[in-house]
Write a protein that binds this ligand. Structure first.
Ligand code: AQP
Length: 331
């Protein structure tokens, strides 16, 4: 059985893009993989996080994952900082990674913008910590949204360079598992920008804890154009907001974009947004409700994360110790 590693940052409340690009895929992969799911709190602090909020978001995210169908008994769910192997391997990878490689990372460019000098060194070396997350478990498959594809390519570059520099074949090649539908959900306020849990505008995203009224309001206010929906999917190409709403509808109802358009072609956004609201509420409301219930028992959530961390540590410790020996550290 292949081992999967995947992470999500507790940098906010997970949004619909996290769900469609990652979480839903994680749930399905549990059937035939050994899964390690991680709340990557060390990644989250690469940009400023209020400590109390970070703690709350980490627990909320654990609850959302459980409510979405992650089985933390059969598989592993934990928070990154609880397993020191990640930081140890990340340091080795910082010394393997070339600056030129990091300079090409579009996520850093997007997040740092023009103000590079004022961003943390952590944000810059984010991809080598991500490589360490995956390779500390020698995971071979990583389910991610399309935005993380470049970081996974870098993970393979780092693994190859480590193997080459030290003359070993220690780290395996990693394969990105990118979901075919809704690999990139876009902001409700700007169809050219990805939906993000830390976007300053809460109206830009549907959060996994939103209730039916909040969902309806956000979809009603979502940016659209004045045209009706076309019959041909190709005609959505220059209409990013329309394309995004149709994509969300298709992904959540598990039908193709062509089928959505066959049903709604000729409709304006008034009725289509109403239909989309029903689809989103049906998918999200039960998860939001179960999340609320789980959040009432913090001790249970903490014990799930502690059990996950100790099982994660048992896998990662021997792998990272071996990597340290290969490097020449005295053990
Ligand atoms: N808009 C999206 N569409 C599809 N997939 C997405 N993912 C994130 N946004 C979208 C996928 O969710 C997983 C977890 O992401 P993350 O929390 O590690 O970081 P991120 O990609 O930076 O997500 P956010 O929501 O944009 O967080 P912030 O605002 O903190 O940076 C990943 O697999 C990602 O591909």
């Amino acid at each position: 059985m292949q081992r999967i590693f995947s992470g999500i940052q507790p940098s906010g409340i997970p949004q619909l893009g996290n769900y469609l690009g990652a979480i839903q895929n994680w749930v399905n992969l549990q059937a035939d993989h050994e899964c390690v799911f991680c709340l990557v709190d060390m990644h989250a602090i690469t940009v400023w996080q209020e400590p109390e909020k970070l703690r709350h978001q980490t627990l909320t995210q654990a609850a959302i994952l459980l409510a979405s169908g992650i089985d933390a008994e059969k598989h592993i769910l934990f928070n990154q900082s609880a397993v020191p192997a990640h930081a140890r391997l990340a340091w080795i990878f910082n010394c393997v990674t070339r600056l030129g490689w990091l300079n090409r990372m579009t996520q850093f460019k997007d997040k740092a913008g023009k103000d590079r000098e004022n961003h943390s060194a952590g944000l810059y070396v984010y991809p080598s910590l991500m490589a360490a997350d995956i390779l500390a478990y020698k995971a071979t498959r990583v389910p991610v949204g399309e935005d993380q594809k470049q970081h996974l390519e870098l993970t393979n570059d780092i693994a190859q360079k480590f193997n080459h520099d030290y003359g070993v074949s220690f780290f395996p090649e990693v394969e990105a598992l990118i979901p075919p539908a809704a690999a990139r959900v876009m902001s409700l306020r700007d169809g050219t920008k990805k939906m993000s849990k830390s976007d300053p505008s809460a109206q830009s995203r549907i959060e996994m804890t939103d209730d039916a009224d909040a969902i309806a309001l956000k979809i009603r206010r979502a940016k659209t154009d004045a045209d009706v929906l076309p019959e041909d999917p190709a005609q959505l190409e220059n209409r990013p907001e329309a394309k995004n709403l149709v994509t969300i509808y298709a992904a959540l109802s598990d039908i193709s974009i062509t089928d959505v358009l066959a049903k709604h072609a000729g409709e304006g956004f008034g009725p289509f947004k109403q239909a989309l609201t029903d689809v989103v509420v049906n998918a999200i409301a039960p998860i939001a409700q179960e999340t609320k219930r789980l959040m009432q028992n913090e001790d249970h959530l903490l014990s799930v994360l502690r059990s996950g961390a100790s099982r994660a540590q048992a896998i990662a410790e021997p792998i990272v110790s071996e990597a340290e020996k290969i490097v020449g550290f005295v053990k």
